[in-house]
Design a protein around this ligand. Structure first.
Ligand SMILES: Nc1ncnc2c1ncn2[C@@H]1O[C@H](COP(=O)(O)OP(=O)(O)OP(=O)(O)O)[C@@H](O)[C@H]1O
Ligand SMILES: [Mg+2]
Length: 491
């Protein structure tokens, strides 16, 4: 850390202090300590100004000797006050302004240990100018985090470090890899990777898969939605059709067959059987005229046998995945890159719903962090049903140790309002849309930061996860080992 000294000038407040500093010694985002009588103030430099009374724009002097004029130059910096450090602990509020002429010095590395207790902390990067690793309290992830910024700024890279860090301290992590490229290649040797093609689909997803391949319009989808449920309940056997329909209409609900209780793994999907059930269903639903022919034609022409075959022999139900997560596998990566978008959303919703079912039946916390990169595909308005379950998790997850980490390029358009309003930490690099910063400011305190200083791999971390609860500038590690490699020489 560079050594520098400064003095507090007049006109301080509990938010900001103006300090006189040595020329060229301090940088924007340097962390500082202002010495007080009873406690020290912790702050961060948000702006640096150079002034000169002779070269002041209202000064009447004509400068004939520039070197002499430079002798009058001074440097002031604006320090945003983050809190106080007293009695061996940090409080993120400022009860009174620091007094003028107080001494300003760089923060000590050892002060950070007082600010975040070092038990079970995780590290995503170091403070850009001091080089200090910034300890983060992972419990704040249960209050949810959004990671954002323009393409290529390093969001997925940051998430990969986060996954390894959470695994290191033994936290449970469930990662949804939208493209199959951001996490699977990096983690397939380390953690359990489950492909979407290996997940037993719920009847709603199967219906969507078939209807979308068959290019059914919304009227024909009515038939395929019901037929798919009936296929599951009859096991695809037409001779069971009437019996299932009869029991469905019976009054006694305890005997009513339900897809929820069906053993989805044992259902064998076949195009011929499906078509038969579909036609029977359509007939019972009153389909007339050309409809049965249309259904037959579209299924036979547009949906290859293979689409049905691919639904068979899938190894994991949603419930199996959650069993594995809660019992043996601390970290599971779900590769979502193969199925169509609607099914990917159903899988995200299905797995999250299963976690909620466990919470409801057991009434115990699940202590899991759910990570969704490319969150615009799951968490924005219109991403039903994923956005509903994500919103519930954002709203109620904290009580049950269920935290969300969402990564996307844009804040407003990528994350729906009910999810955004429950996110308590934000980590952002350069933003594509200037107004996003103002909107982020409605959720967490973003103070007087300058986005212009951010390079690749630089992020401001703001909100609860930030040790200071205000924005702190982090440069993410090249890889998680970088923290350990650099530690002896950095301070
Ligand atoms: N701190 C870092 N050190 C070294 N390389 C980095 C760092 N941060 C990011 N990178 C590299 O920058 C490239 C882009 O990063 P990444 O894929 O994480 O971007 P992104 O923000 O997820 O972009 P997109 O929005 O397109 O998904 C990657 O090759 C990544 O490895
Ligand atoms: Mg990415």
């Amino acid at each position: 850390m560079r050594k520098f000294r400064g003095r507090v000038l007049s006109h301080t407040s509990i938010q900001n202090a103006i300090v006189r500093v040595e020329e060229g010694r301090v940088k924007v985002e340097d962390l500082v300590k202002i010495r007080g009588d009873y406690y020290d103030f912790i702050g961060v430099i948000r702006k640096v100004f150079v002034g000169n009374p002779i070269l002041n724009r209202y000064s009447p002097f004509l400068v004939t000797d520039p070197r002499a004029a430079r002798g009058m130059e001074y440097t002031n910096a604006v320090v945003e006050l983050l809190g106080i450090l007293g009695g061996g602990k940090f409080e993120p509020f400022v009860p009174e302004p620091p007094t003028t002429s107080s001494e300003v010095v760089p923060l000590d590395r050892s002060d950070l240990d007082l600010i975040v207790s070092s038990e079970n902390t995780i590290y995503l990067g170091y403070h850009k100018y001091s080089g200090w690793d910034i300890p983060l309290n992972p419990d704040f992830l249960y209050y949810h985090l959004w990671i954002g910024g323009i393409t290529g700024c390093g969001k997925s890279h940051t998430v990969r470090i986060l996954v390894d860090e959470l695994a290191r301290i033994g936290r449970r992590v469930l990662v949804f890899d939208h493209s199959g490229r951001d996490y699977v290649p990096y983690f397939e040797d380390k953690y359990l990777v489950i492909s979407d093609t290996d997940i037993v689909l719920d009847p709603e997803s199967v219906a969507q898969a078939i209807a979308s391949r068959a290019r059914f319009d919304k009227w024909l989808r009515e038939y395929s939605d019901s037929a798919t449920i009936l296929y599951v309940l009859t096991g695809g056997e037409t001779k069971m059709f009437e019996r299932v329909l009869n029991s469905l209409s019976r009054e006694n609900s305890s005997e009513t067959p339900s897809v929820r209780n069906a053993n989805l793994k044992s259902v064998v999907w076949s195009r011929e059987k499906y078509l038969k059930i579909l036609l029977k269903t359509a007939k019972r639903m009153g389909a007339k005229g050309a409809t049965p022919l249309k259904l037959t034609f579209k299924i036979l022409q547009n949906v290859p046998q293979d689409t049905f075959r691919r639904l068979n022999n899938r190894a994991y139900t949603y419930s199996d995945i959650i069993d594995l997560l809660l019992s043996r596998e601390n970290c599971i990566i779900i590769d979502l890159s193969n199925e169509i978008m609607e099914i990917r959303r159903n899988i995200v919703a299905g797995i999250l719903d299963e976690l909620w079912r466990r919470i409801e039946t057991k009434g115990e916390p699940v202590d899991t962090i759910v990570i969704i990169d490319e969150a615009q595909n799951y968490a924005s308005e219109g991403c039903y049903p994923a956005n509903y379950t994500i919103a519930r998790t954002a709203r109620e997850g904290r009580k049950w140790g269920l935290g969300l980490v969402l990564a996307s390029q844009r804040w407003i358009s990528d994350v729906s309002t009910d999810i955004r309003s429950n996110i308590n930490s934000v980590m952002f690099s350069r933003l594509q849309v200037a107004t996003d910063l103002q909107e982020i400011g409605n959720i967490v305190d973003v103070g007087g930061i300058e986005l212009g200083i951010l390079g690749a791999g630089d992020f401001f971390l703001a909100g609860l996860l930030s040790p200071f609860k205000r924005p702190v500038l982090l440069h993410t590690y090249k890889d998680p080992e970088e923290r350990l490699k650099w530690r002896p020489t950095r301070n």
